[in-house]
Design a protein around this ligand. Sequence first.
Ligand SMILES: C[S@@+](CC[C@H](N)C(=O)[O-])C[C@H]1O[C@@H](n2cnc3c(N)ncnc32)[C@H](O)[C@@H]1O
Length: 180
Amino acid sequence: MPPIYQPAEDSYLLSKVLGKEIPELLKKNQHLQFLEIGSGSGILLETAKRLGIKREHIFGADINQKAVEHCRSLDFNCIYSDLFENVQGKYALIIFNPPYLPKNSSEPTDSQLATTGGLQGSGIINEFLKQAENYLEKNGKIFLLTSSLTKGIKWREFKKKKLGNEKLFFEELYVWELGK
Ligand SMILES: C[S@@+](CC[C@H](N)C(=O)[O-])C[C@H]1O[C@@H](n2cnc3c(N)ncnc32)[C@H](O)[C@@H]1O
């Protein structure tokens, strides 16, 4: 089984954005239902909990069973799912720090599951965007991380606003808010 993705700059950028945005969202909706696709080590589930979302309103999903078991061991509700395959219900906030890099044959296959989104980097993101609208509450929001290296994103009908960015050596990371 592939290793659990260890938190990196992308995880920390999304965590920082959550720190700014979740308190505002909670002011409007104390019962905010939060879903993370690709919860990995659980770092962002922990952030959501620390910021005041009730544990019973925090849900995680991952395609890596090892990550699912790890998040469960942290006492989070987490399921095995390929994107929304096994997800039920609707959420006020759905976040995803996806595999966003174009395929690089020198990267070990083991870590590709967490980092690589097909030839252009956008394969998993585009499938996520296609499915996500069925799982959003009315006025629900998506926070999605992408990179300047990710090409070919199909944003569909979503309105998008940049919530954060960070320049790294080879790329720039962005966090987008998407809504209808
Ligand atoms: C870049 S890591 C992010 C992990 C964690 N959220 C963080 O920020 O550190 C991407 C995560 O998405 C998961 N993943 C990849 N493809 C997926 C899919 N199709 N459905 C669900 N999860 C997926 C990977 O297993 C990995 O845990």
